[in-house]
Write a protein that binds this ligand. Structure first.
Ligand SMILES: *Cc1c(COP(=O)(O)O)cnc(C)c1O
Length: 315
């Protein structure tokens, strides 16, 4: 079950009038600083505050009547949980979210706020996959994972689809956790523009996808201690690894300091509230890790759910 450009076009039709068509922002300061023309795709203004609503809604809207009745189950402590919670609410599908006991209280509250049932687990005693599988069996629910699923990838690709339809660019930069967004971005950008480069950006502390990309073997990291919590995933999935290898042109990493500097620049200079993972792609440009003089660069700002109580020491 792979993903084609046509799947992203169809996802865009499903999302029409439901997901926000997020704005493109530009900044003369950023252009002067980088020598490029930079176009920011602002998914921090997406519903639930991140692009993950796109994939979640695309997946749930394709459930059969029987699946809709029985419900959806997922495991995530982050934006995917909130995305499934809201998408399921809109489609009237029961949803069960398995979250670690130590998930940030704000994220728990947000997920419950969208009417999802939350089950907490102890990271040291259970793995979320086994717990999720047994609960799904018991209740007959469909599991929708956060990235390694064709409908998730196709939905995530609609952000870059909008970007590239609105603006011709030479290169698109996207953050990478489990690779759902990056896979969809590469398929969408190339489907619309043909000759465009797509580069993925990861935290150096969670560089599994970059190593996988370089070596051609699926590499992993164990509990990476990066501030970019959306990129703490252990590895690419089977599907996203294949798509990243086939369609992405390069992968780079940024340090924790580069992530923070990029994020604070977006907050202060552009008034764009992004979370650390949301700033990854820009951090590569802002720090000079990537340089595209004279070129048009699309940058995905993937989300804005910054946990300010955890970040306040930065100020
Ligand atoms: C999930 C997430 C990512 C990473 O997306 P993947 O599809 O897992 O690679 C990046 N930024 C934000 C804000 C996210 O929530």
């Amino acid at each position: 079950m792979s993903v084609q450009f046509a799947d992203i076009e169809q996802a865009a039709l499903r999302l029409r009038g439901v997901a926000n068509a997020t704005p493109l922002h530009t900044s003369r300061t950023v252009n002067a600083l980088t020598g490029a023309s930079v176009f920011f795709k602002c998914e921090n203004f997406q519903r639930v505050g991140a692009f993950k609503f796109r994939g979640a809604y695309n997946a749930l809207s394709q459930f059969t009547p029987e699946q809709r009745k029985r419900g959806v189950l997922t495991y995530s402590s982050g934006n995917h949980a909130q995305a499934i919670a809201l998408a399921g609410q809109l489609l009237d599908i029961p949803r069960l979210i398995v979250m670690p006991q130590d998930a940030p209280p704000v994220k728990l509250a947000a997920t419950r706020g969208y009417g999802a049932e939350v089950i907490l687990y102890d990271k040291h005693k259970q793995t979320r996959e086994t717990l999720a599988e047994s609960l799904a069996q018991e209740r007959g629910m469909t599991v929708i994972p956060p990235y390694d699923h064709p409908h998730i990838v196709a939905g995530q690709g609609t952000a870059a689809l909008e970007l590239c339809r609105a603006q011709d660019v030479d290169v698109v930069l996207a953050p990478c956790g489990g690779g759902g967004l990056l896979s969809g971005t590469a398929l969408a950008a190339k489907g619309v523009l043909g000759r465009v480069r797509v580069v993925g950006v990861e935290p150096a502390l969670a560089d599994d996808a970059t190593r996988s990309f370089r070596t051609g073997r699926l590499c992993s990291v164990h509990n990476p201690d990066t501030i970019a919590d959306g990129a703490r995933t252990p590895s690419l999935g089977a599907l996203t690894f294949e798509l990243v290898r086939r369609h992405v042109d390069d992968m780079v990493t940024v340090t924790e300091k580069q992530i923070v500097d990029g994020m604070l620049f977006l907050w202060q200079r552009m008034k764009l509230v992004v979370e650390p993972t949301g700033a990854l792609a820009f951090a590569a440009l802002h720090s000079g890790v990537l340089k595209f003089p004279g070129q048009r660069v699309g940058v995905l700002l993937s989300g804005g759910n910054a946990d300010f109580s955890a970040l306040k020491h930065l100020l």
